[in-house]
Design a protein around this ligand. Structure first.
Ligand SMILES: [Zn+2]
Length: 407
């Protein structure tokens, strides 16, 4: 759960409490990336303070964690004290040249990766040639070595048993296939990383704050095969039994929650799902729903965003699909009442007024709210009740329930 402005911790945890009551096994993890801290001007310790306060306020008894999201060696240090979950992002090193000696040593160390490999729950045995093992090692080994360096850096400062390690490879061009995942897991085990979650790039588009776009059947097949590969690699390479897949940009992907729920049940597996920006949109929905100065604030943010579409969208161009013809003018939106603004923004695909382009533009426009500083934070405080209701309902009804409990 990401919470850009650090005011929704209790409302988010309330969603976890509701799901727990219905029998789901939920471990809340609050995340905030280095990029978000820089945009908003916050320190990682503020996320720890927020998480601890929410846990105390609600009397949450189960585990919870604070994630240093998408960190690298250059950015990790200020996260080490307040975080106990580290998403080590090595996507930038994928495809960069690895020392040929290291590639050869890897291939020699892993003769079991070449040839036919029977994996329970995958219909046909994987059949990987020696040349393919070498190609995959060439492409990923440097990234894996980087992950090892960053892991050891954190472990030295924090103590090995005091944190959870995730390795993320999602922010890259092409999805990783199940057999690539197997080779990557073998290499991560060689680095002695006690890997608890891994974020591959999946097939299809995971746009910010909107539904999955892609071939659903293909996704389901790959997701099941990835789970099969993980179960196999846990046995084969002694990785932690709790190793999970991690789905980044995982909020609002309503069409894949059902296939994921079935697959998780089949494999008796867990999942790490990142749902960062969806909460900031619920803040806006709550402000709009409150009417008066709340609605005015939401309109003001949109008016600024529509003037800066290209600037705001540029850093996110691989994770949004905005149809500019569908973006209403600021003048039009200024004439809207609460219901019109909320209908356009809330992720309710059954509502004909729902506008995914409007929603995605606002998703990437949180910097506008950050610039408003105290004025925005005061609006959050003033309209806390209506905002909290939206934040909790979104996470509980639209995310946790379909993913973990079924509708
Ligand atoms: Zn990510």
């Amino acid at each position: 759960m990401g919470d850009r402005f650090a005011h929704q911790g209790k409302a988010q945890l309330q969603a976890c409490a509701l799901a727990t009551k219905l029998g789901a096994d939920v471990v809340p993890v609050w995340n905030k990336s280095n990029r978000e801290h820089l945009f908003i001007g916050t320190e990682p310790s503020s996320l720890r303070a927020e998480a601890d306060a929410a846990v105390k306020a609600l009397g949450w008894q189960k585990p919870y964690h604070v994630d240093a999201d998408h960190i690298r060696l250059e950015t990790v240090d200020r996260f080490i004290a307040p975080s106990d979950f580290f998403t080590i992002d090595v996507a930038d090193s994928i495809g960069k040249a690895t020392d040929p000696k290291d590639v050869k040593a890897f291939v020699d160390r892993h003769p079991e990766l070449t040839g036919k490999i029977s994996i329970p729950h995958i219909n046909h045995p994987l059949d990987i040639s020696g040349a393919e093992v070498e190609r995959v090692a060439n492409k990923f080994l440097l990234a894996v070595q980087d992950a090892g360096k960053i892991y050891r850096h954190i472990a030295k400062a924090k103590g090995e048993v005091n944190f959870i390690t995730e390795v993320s490879m999602d922010e890259t061009d092409s999805p990783q296939t199940p057999h690539e995942l197997l080779i990557i897991l073998a290499a991560l085990a060689d680095e002695k990383i006690p890997l608890q979650t891994i974020a591959p790039k999946f097939t299809g588009r995971f746009n910010k704050g909107v539904d999955y776009v892609g071939d659903l059947q293909q996704f389901e097949k790959e997701f099941n095969e990835d789970l099969a590969v993980i179960a196999f690699a846990i046995q084969k390479y002694g990785l932690p039994p709790s190793l999970k897949l991690s789905v980044h940009s995982g909020s609002d992907k309503f069409s894949i929650y059902e296939p994921m729920r079935k697959a998780l049940k089949k494999f008796n597996a867990g999942l790490h799902l990142k749902t960062a920006g969806t909460t900031w949109l619920e803040e806006l929905i709550g402000l709009a729903e409150a009417g008066g100065d709340g609605l005015d604030m939401a309109k003001e943010i949109y008016a600024y965003a529509i003037q800066h579409v290209d600037e705001f969208c540029e850093p996110y161009k691989t994770v949004i699909d905005i149809d500019k013809r569908r973006l209403p003018s600021a003048a039009l939106v200024n004439g809207w009442n609460s219901q019109q603004f909320v209908s356009a923004l809330r992720h309710d695909q059954k509502n004909p007024e729902y506008n995914p382009s409007f929603r995605q533009l606002l998703h990437v426009s949180f910097k506008v709210a950050a610039k408003k500083g105290e004025r925005y934070l005061n609006a959050l405080k003033k309209h806390e009740t209506v905002i909290a209701k939206n934040v909790t309902t979104n996470l509980f009804e639209r995310h946790l329930k379909p993913l973990l409990l079924g509708n």
